[in-house]
Design a protein around this ligand. Structure first.
Ligand code: NAP
Length: 214
């Protein structure tokens, strides 16, 4: 599959691009928002599109043209205001879903956040972020796309252990970004994750096996 990574310059995005480059099953296209970021990917031989999630749906669709799957792992980050939470985490995600529909891409993986589907679990300091994730996920679930919504716990930069726990409801926990990137990679073709949404933290089951148990 040729996979468009939206948010490719981010911490997860970079690890996922690296995994996809090393895979025999897939090729990768990176979507980044700045020319200087594009140069770094081009030097690695990675196809790249400079497109912002604040651009038009048609521009995101153009970036996605020729791909077979999209992974959305962008985020407005902690250091921006609620305007960017709306524009990136909500509208950027929904525009990417619309772009997939526009160019006929069916497979879509969304990086959401743990318990985003349960209002009563939301951290009260981050309610706007969870609102954005909640509605972006809902719109993806109601689309015609073959979605997987992964809701990871707190992301850490420790090395991955290759073992995870997935469930409909996990109260809290963390996961190394490396293991999240590997979970995304495996999910791309693991049919058991199609049309599924799940919380994800580090655990004790090898990740390929855990994805078969969802
Ligand atoms: P990250 O390093 O901040 O990466 C986010 C990426 O989104 C960055 O590369 C950023 O671009 C890109 N982005 C922001 N605005 C954009 C725009 N207008 N157009 C295109 N790209 C844009 O974050 P991460 O650690 O990889 O994690 C990202 C995902 O995990 C997000 O969906 C986040 O909500 C989710 N998540 C995070 C946690 C956590 O503990 N941090 C927990 C659960 C879920 P630049 O590189 O140019 O800034």
């Amino acid at each position: 599959m040729n996979v468009l990574v939206v948010g490719a310059n981010g911490k997860i995005g970079k690890q996922l691009v690296h995994l996809l480059r090393g895979s025999s099953e897939h090729t990768v296209k990176a979507m980044v928002r700045k020319e200087e970021q594009a140069e770094a990917f081009a030097k690695l031989g990675v196809e790249v599109s400079v497109t912002s999630l604040e651009d038009r749906v048609e521009d995101i669709a153009q970036a996605a043209r020729g791909c077979h799957a999209i992974v959305f792992t962008a985020g407005s980050g902690r250091h921006t205001g609620f305007d960017k939470t709306l524009l990136i985490d909500l509208d950027g995600a929904v525009k990417t879903v619309e772009a997939a529909e526009m160019v006929g891409i069916k497979r879509f993986i969304m990086v959401s956040a743990i318990q985003a589907h349960k209002r009563e679990s939301w951290n009260e300091k981050m309610v706007p972020y969870y609102v954005a994730k909640y509605y972006a996920d809902k719109i993806l679930e109601q689309s015609e796309l073959t979605y997987t919504i992964i809701r990871p716990g707190r992301l850490v930069d420790e090395p991955g252990i290759g073992k995870i726990t997935t469930a409909e409801n996990i109260k809290g926990g963390s996961i190394p970004r490396e293991d999240l990137a590997k979970t995304i990679l495996h999910s791309l073709t693991e049919e058991n994750t199609f049309y599924r949404s799940f919380d994800l933290i580090t655990g004790d089951i090898p990740l390929a096996d855990a994805l078969k148990l969802i």
